[in-house]
Design a protein around this ligand. Structure first.
Ligand code: FA5
Length: 366
C-alpha cells in the first residue's frame, strides 16, 4: 500500500470516529489545512518532472476529494446531531394539560397598544384602522410624495408583483400615515384619531426590524397649532411612563406630509445597563432616543383627503411602538420581540388578566 493510500485510510477512519465539531476541525487541519499532509503533498507536485507529476497527481487529488467529501458529510451529521440534542433539551410538551403547561402571556407590543389606546381614549381619541396591504396612492401620493419624490426611496418598500385594477402599485404599508388619508376621506373634519398597527420596511439591526409597529395620531379642527401637539405628546408620555419628569425634545425635521415637521426624542438615563426614562438629555450621562415624527398636516394632504385647508388645520404624529415598549420595559434588542422564544415571552409577557386601566396604572404588572 502506498503512503498516500494508507494516510488517506487513516484520515477517513479518524473523520468517521470524530465525535465533536472540534475534533473534526483538528482532523481537517491535519489533512487539508495549510500545513496538513495533503496540502504538503500537493506542493511537492511543483518540483516534479511532467512524467512524475502525471503519475503522482491523480492519487493525491483523489485523496483530497475523498477527505474533503468525508469532512463535509461528517460536519453536516455532527451539526444535525447537535441541533437534535439542543431541541431535545429545550423541549416543551404542548400536549400537557393546561394547568401544568407554561402560562400563555400577552406580548409586550399588544400590551403597549392596549395601554396607549386607553390613554388616548381618555384624551378623546377614537381608534382607526387601515389595511396592511396598501396601494401607493394612500401610502405615498396622497401624503404629498408623488412618483418621483426622493422620500419614497427612504422607505425601503416591499412591493407586490401585481397592480390594482386601476394600475396603482400594491405594497406593504411602510408607515401608519395612510390611515390619516383613509380616516379623513371616511369621516371628514373635525377628526381626532389614533391608528396603531403593523408596518413593513426592508431593514434589520438591533433597533430596526422588517416588520414593526407604529401608532399614528391625527387631530384636525379649527385653530389647532403646534402647542397642542406638544401638550398632547407630553400628556401621553407622562401617563404612559407614569412619571411627571418626562422631557421631550422636538427637533426640526422634514416629512413631505407635514409642514413644519418635528422629530420627537425622549430623554433617558442608563442605570445598571437599563434605560430609565425621565430627566434631561445630554448632561450627566443622559441621552435622547428618537421615538417618532410629527408636525402640522401639510395643506396639500388635506386637499388630497377632501378637507378644506382654508377652514381646517391640525397635527399628526407617528411613534414607534416597539421603541417605546423597549424604553418602558427594558429590552435592548428589538429583534428578540419577534423570535417567538417562550423564555423571552415568559419573562417580558403580561398576564391576560392584567388589563391596562388609568385608575390601576396603565403599566401595572400582575
Ligand atoms: C414615519 O414613518 C412618519 N410616517 C411619521 C410621521 C407621522 C411624521 C405623522 C409626521 C406625521 P419615520 O420613518 O421616522 O417616520 O418612523 C417613525 C418611527 O418609527 C421612528 O422614529 C422609529 O421609532 C420607528 N421606526 C422606524 N423604522 C423602524 C424599524 N425598522 N424598526 C423599528 N422601529 C422603526
Amino acid at each position: 500500500m502506498t503512503y498516500i493510500t494508507s494516510q488517506t485510510e487513516a484520515a477517513l477512519a479518524a473523520i468517521a470516529a470524530a465525535d465533536s465539531l472540534d475534533a473534526l476541525e483538528a482532523e481537517r487541519l491535519e489533512t487539508l489545512g495549510k500545513k496538513g499532509w495533503v496540502s504538503l503533498a500537493l506542493k511537492t507536485l511543483g518540483g516534479m518532472t511532467p512524467e512524475e507529476r502525471t503519475a503522482a497527481a491523480p492519487a493525491i487529488q483523489s485523496a483530497r476529494t475523498a477527505i474533503a467529501d468525508a469532512l463535509d458529510a461528517k460536519k453536516t451529521a455532527l451539526e444535525a446531531a447537535e441541533l437534535e440534542a439542543r431541541l431535545e433539551q429545550e423541549r416543551i410538551d404542548l400536549t400537557l394539560p393546561a394547568l401544568a403547561a407554561p402560562r400563555g402571556s400577552v406580548h409586550p407590543v399588544s400590551q403597549v397598544m392596549d395601554e396607549l389606546a386607553e390613554i388616548f381614549a381618555d384624551l378623546g381619541f377614537a381608534v382607526a384602522t387601515g389595511p396592511e396591504i396598501e396601494d401607493d396612492w394612500h401610502n405615498f401620493t396622497a401624503l404629498n410624495m408623488d412618483e418621483t419624490h426622493p422620500a419614497r426611496a427612504m422607505h425601503d418598500t416591499f412591493y407586490f408583483p401585481d397592480k390594482t385594477a386601476d394600475g396603482k402599485d400594491i405594497l406593504l404599508r411602510t408607515h401608519t400615515s395612510p390611515v390619516q388619508i383613509r380616516s379623513m376621506l371616511d369621516q371628514g373634519a373635525p377628526i381626532r384619531i389614533i391608528a396603531p398597527g403593523r408596518v413593513y420596511r426592508s431593514d434589520s439591526d438591533a433597533t430596526h426590524t422588517p416588520m414593526f409597529h407604529q401608532v399614528e395620531g391625527l387631530v384636525i379642527d379649527k385653530d389647532i397649532h403646534l402647542g397642542h401637539l406638544k401638550w398632547t405628546l407630553e400628556t401621553f408620555f407622562k401617563a404612559f411612563f407614569e412619571r411627571e419628569d418626562i422631557v421631550l425634545r422636538l427637533r426640526p425635521s422634514y416629512f413631505p406630509f407635514t409642514e413644519p415637521s418635528v422629530e420627537v426624542d425622549v430623554g433617558y438615563s442608563t442605570e445598571g445597563g437599563r434605560r430609565i426614562v425621565g430627566g434631561h438629555g445630554d448632561a450627566n450621562g443622559h441621552a435622547w432616543m428618537e421615538i417618532g415624527g410629527s408636525g402640522m398636516v401639510n395643506a396639500r394632504v388635506l386637499e388630497f383627503a377632501g378637507v378644506d385647508p382654508a377652514e381646517y388645520q391640525g397635527f399628526a404624529f407617528g411613534l414607534g411602538i416597539d421603541r417605546i415598549a423597549m424604553l418602558k420595559y427594558g429590552m435592548n434588542d428589538l429583534r428578540a420581540f419577534f423570535d417567538g422564544d417562550p423564555r423571552w415571552l415568559a419573562h417580558y409577557g403580561f398576564s391576560p388578566f392584567d388589563q391596562p386601566t388609568l385608575s390601576a396604572g396603565v403599566g401595572a404588572r400582575a
